[in-house]
Design a protein. Structure first.
Length: 132
């Protein structure tokens, strides 16, 4: 090797050794970040949002609210007439199927066009175009 090549080789060797040693540290940092994300997710309220079609007056919103409050695990609920959005705050261990939510809204006389959750659920997001 030439004299110019030796420092370059040493630098490349040091970089290679550094990269070889880095993954455990990076893995530990990633594990810590994942655990912090899980803790933050546990602190956030579990929200289900339903887009309700057909509400035209405050009594309509009240009817939807009255029906949805009867579901198991609902700790708080708001139904906004202007946006057509029903927001359910669920208890920590509660989850309700899309079919049950849709049927509850239909029992109130309206259509559930979209259902989304801000937490991991066994039920995927729902839009009315997916209905058969």
């Amino acid at each position: 090797m030439t004299t110019l090549g030796r420092p370059m080789f040493a630098t490349l060797f040091a970089l290679a050794v550094g990269f070889a040693l880095m993954p455990p540290a990076v893995y530990a940092q990633e594990q810590e970040a994942a655990s912090q994300r899980e803790e933050a997710a546990e602190d956030q309220p579990r929200l289900i949002q339903i887009t309700v079609l057909g509400m035209s007056c405050p009594f309509c919103a009240y009817g939807v609210e009255r029906k949805l409050k009867k579901l198991d695990g609902v700790s708080n609920l708001t139904v906004e007439l202007e946006t057509g959005l029903a927001t359910l705050v669920m208890e920590a261990d509660a989850d309700v199927s899309n079919e049950e939510l849709r049927k509850t809204v239909e029992d109130a006389g309206f259509e559930a066009a979209k259902i989304t959750r801000n937490f991991e659920s066994q039920y995927p997001a729902f839009t009315s175009s997916e209905r058969t």
